[in-house]
Design a protein around this ligand. Structure first.
Ligand code: GYE
Length: 315
């Protein structure tokens, strides 16, 4: 009898050990609710998240929100139902996340905000934020413009997605930045939804409405600025010379446009934060503390450095 019990005991022990090994070796399961595919920046960001997950053997559940908050909310609910190890959210707009984030919290699933921040009364609904400082980007763009045009000129602003953190912050920072220069005025401002086609369409309308009164275009991202250059060229003007063009993101195509003289300045907003996001999740899983807000350091590109920088650009 005794040897039999011993054998049974050993069997149970080895089964438990096998289960433990399997648990330790189990790949992390991460759900990522992406905004959509509105810009070159977004494509680079998605690629960084996907390729880094693959490199680390992380099982990534990727959901493309196609520009709609309700799709992102649905994706988060499905990640909760699948009991993923962590949820990564790039929130398309700033408000309206509390109910679904409460569901994730109740299920004990940590939420990491990437790229864009949210407004919430309950800061415990997410663990941390990883992205860029949009206010700082808008401030850098405003300072560059003020210097380039000697504090004088009429500005058209092409805004990003209404209600999004980057559109709100880049707008506020730029307005604050030019407020010190009474000769600089935003004469019109409209959303192009961070899309190239949106930038072109809005710029066509602005050129019809304001004509040669326009001196400067400030676009909240490169795609809209590049779309606007097409509208300006079609109107028989030279973007980069007749109209000063400033934007944000620092995509390779924009740096090439600076070299070609069609764009004057772009402030970097680095989208390659896959490694940082998964480092953070792995640290959380080990029970370690993580930084509450981690900002990427952003550079500025103009005619003084575009040529030397372009080869090393990753996106
Ligand atoms: O600037 C724009 C994208 O949230 C920082 O979204 C991001 C912005 C980026 O579509 O190109």
């Amino acid at each position: 009898m005794l040897p039999q019990i011993n054998r049974l005991f050993l069997m149970v022990i080895s089964l438990v050990a096998a289960a433990q090994v399997a648990a330790a070796g189990k790949p992390l399961r991460v759900g990522f609710a992406q905004t959509g595919a509105e810009s070159a920046w977004r494509t680079a960001n998605t690629n960084s998240m996907k390729s880094e997950a693959e490199k680390r053997g992380i099982e990534l559940k990727f959901a493309d929100g196609q520009g709609k908050q309700e799709n992102q909310i649905r994706a988060i609910r499905s990640f909760v139902a699948q009991r993923v190890d962590a949820i990564v959210l790039a929130p398309i707009v700033e408000t309206g996340w509390d109910p679904v984030l409460r569901e994730a919290k109740r299920a004990g699933i940590p939420v990491i905000l990437t790229d864009r921040s949210i407004q919430t009364a309950d800061e415990s609904l997410y663990v941390c934020f990883i992205g860029s400082d949009f206010y700082e980007e808008g401030r850098m763009a405003a300072d560059w413009v003020a210097r380039a045009v000697n504090g004088q000129g009429n500005i058209i602003e092409l805004q990003g997605t209404p209600g999004s953190a980057p559109a709100n912050e880049r707008r506020r920072a730029f307005a604050d930045g030019i407020a010190k220069h009474p000769g600089l005025k935003i004469i019109d401002s409209q959303s192009g939804d961070f899309r190239r086609a949106g930038g072109k369409e809005v710029m066509e309308a602005m050129l019809k409405k304001h004509g040669r009164a326009i001196n400067i275009v400030y676009a909240h991202n490169d795609d809209m600025a590049l779309g606007a250059t097409l509208a300006i060229e079609e109107a028989g003007l030279k973007p980069g010379r007749d109209i000063i063009m400033v934007s944000i993101d620092g995509i390779k195509e924009a740096i090439q446009a600076i070299i070609d003289g069609r764009l004057n300045c772009t402030v970097e907003c680095n989208p390659m934060f896959g490694p940082k996001v998964y480092d953070t999740i792995e640290r959380l899983k080990r029970g370690e503390k993580v930084e509450r807000k981690a900002y990427n350091k952003d550079l500025l590109f103009d005619a003084t450095n575009a040529r030397e920088m372009i080869a090393s650009r990753e996106y």
